[in-house]
Design a protein around this ligand. Sequence first.
Ligand code: BDR
Ligand code: CA
Length: 315
Amino acid sequence: MKKKNIIIDTDPGIDDAIAILFALKLEEIELKAITTVAGNVDVEKCTKNALKILEMVGRTDIPVVEGACKPLVKRLRTAEYVHGIDGLGDTNLADPTYKPLDANVVDFLVETILKNREPITIVPVGPLTNIALSLIKEPKIANKIDEIVFMGGTAGSYGNVTPLAEANVYCDPHAAKIILQSGISTTMVGLNVTQKPLVFRKHLKKIYHKKNPISEFIIKILDHYIAIHKKFFKIDGCAIHDALAVAVAIDRNIVKTKKLYVDVEVNEGLTQGATIVDYYGVLGKESNIEVCVDVDSELFLSMLLSNLQKYQEKY
Ligand code: BDR
Ligand code: CA
């Protein structure tokens, strides 16, 4: 099987952690690197978390590069109230011995994208700061990126950090605008689809029947995430936003998409960070983004859970 070369740009983050663990079990993916960005927690913690996860599952062959410590223009607003002080549901895993590459994220991304024989798919599941900075530094990368499949924004549903804005785009709307206007083939996996397939406590039993540290970690962080969803969104399950972007990157059958014109509000005020999705084409602008408008929740959940279940096999 021909694998897809993928770089995950992430701010782990509970659902980011699940997305990484999921990606590592997908045969279709050749994970070239993980780059980190400030978002759910500060970037040092995000990097540490990515390293902890890779070390835990014995995949220290995958390079981790620490990225931007703040958004392009806005002040950084983190979300420990969702992801825990450590960003991983306060599981407080021991510090990793695995170290990040000693590289600048922009140089790393530009070089990796330009030098890789095959085009690379970028899957950003945090604020889009690193990708925007890389495009500013070397616009030529646009031609070598196969596709960007990002988790962020929303099309026709409410926001999760303001009434209209989704967290990743709200955190760095200026960066999001650069991606949306880049001309790179881009798919938006927004809240309107990521909030549909929910993981409930009953699902946890499926991925955890034999005691082992990886499965135990998965259960702990998801337990924390479900409790947070209950507190803020009054639901008994949780949406694994970032894992859906990973799934969409390798299997389009999971979602229904529509090519639409999408922009983002960057100005301060009530609507900052809102993704403006022109569903009816009333602005008369050329469509620029494949927008996920529906999702096959069952298909995604079975793909996600069956792959997370694989962590039981080792024990
Ligand atoms: C997104 O925001 C973060 O809190 C999650 O990790 C996800 O990437 C959902 O809005
Ligand atoms: Ca994230």
